[in-house]
Design a protein around this ligand. Sequence first.
Ligand code: XUL
Length: 509
Amino acid sequence: MALYLGIDLSTQGVKAELIDPDNPEIKFGGFSVNFGADLPEYGAPDGFVSNPDPLIRVADPAMWLDAIELLFARMHDSGAPLGEIAGISGSAQQHATVYLKKSFPQVLEKLDKAKTLSEQIVPCLSRRFSPIWMDRSTTCECKELESRFGDRLRLETGSPAVERFGAAQIRKFAKESSDIWRDTATVHLASSFFTSVLCGVPSPIDYGDGAGMNLLNLKTLTWDAEIAEFSAPGLLDKLPKAAPSATVAGNLSPYFTKYGFRAGTPVAVWSGDNPNSLIGVGAGEPGIAVVSLGTSDTFFAAMRDFRTDPDGYGHVFGDPAGGFMSLICFTNGSLAREEIRKKCGISYAEFDQITPIPENENLMLPYFVPESTPLVLRPQVQCNFDWEKASANERVRALLESQILSMRLHSTWQNEKIRRIRVTGGASKSAALLRIIADVFQSEVETIAVANSAGLGAAIRAANAIDSMPFEALYRNFCAPIATTYPNSKQKSRYMRMLEAYRKLETAT
Ligand code: XUL
């Protein structure tokens, strides 16, 4: 038996997926730790330290370290065969930066089993807290980056300057705390920080997650010296190497034998949660797009060639299976669905029972909170029909159709022929939404049974990177679709008309 472990450090907690490629039907049980419920002493029920300024969102790396140890302890206590693991990798929330002093490598090398990780590693943090992907306090630094580099940022790093990305975050910190910045030897991402902790040696940043920093030139796959130096003095020397996602970073540190792991177990570099999810839903090859319907909705897909969104809304990250992936985030996903459901005074079941209205081409721009695609800073809701006179059926239909039309409109730039769409996330249970996605994209829509795609993706990546197991075989075993919704070709011309009308409505706003 050769097992592979995928660890998923998300915003809310840590989970583990353990897989046996020879016996995919064996389930090892869901292992998880929730920051709020299991580590209440950190006072971070949502995964970040509370702050009266809603733009500031930082998390405590000590909490992450304690959570990983608790996860391993739980796995060990429940009898999980940790000694039989042949390879480990992981997934971390993207964009979180971790600032370390020069003592970090020496401390890693001599981790003492009698102490905890947090006790030993916290003194190595030059900046006590890590800004996470929810932090939006760096608009000023984004403007500075944009005025210095203009469109080169988008064309070469895959995204225009983005508040949560490393360049703006590091720039703000180096400006505000120049002394601590001088004392910082290395800036890791959460993903490379954890690879380093597991291996006991500093690890590279993989292309998948590194692309979410505005610092990696995606044409050369090397750090951009000019952007790095402008972001913060000496930054280039403080960045770990950038490396392919299939890099085996090292072997598990003897520290972890205290949980029953085998010292020396190979560890593949961790990546970000979105690149891992691409693999975990079996979409590492171009042709399958993924729609994830969560609090916000995301659309992502593998791209073999490097292309960027001319409108600047979409991002490009590395695809762990090679090449690149697009990622487009629609902030008002389930948030808007929930608001409209409440405004219509209907239940979830009624919301999902909307019936087709063939002649009706109603549209809605549902920005209940600021929207990222398209960029809308001031929340507003607009309809091209009379809301007061419309029935609940008409209102819900206008919302769902508009959300999916927006997804279609803003994903064309990635220019890969989409053969199938895989839908995940809470709202993927909605038959009405699956039907609309199939008809708007005129594509087959598949649902899959994977619950933790990021963790599963990490386990699959470990098997691929460490023992050269082909992705295709792993996808077949672990990410097979369970149901398919076929497109209705009769809806094609209606949706083509509505797509154009939606584009005009959005542009006019
Ligand atoms: C992607 C992003 C989030 C985080 C947290 O750009 O900010 O998806 O990775 O999940």
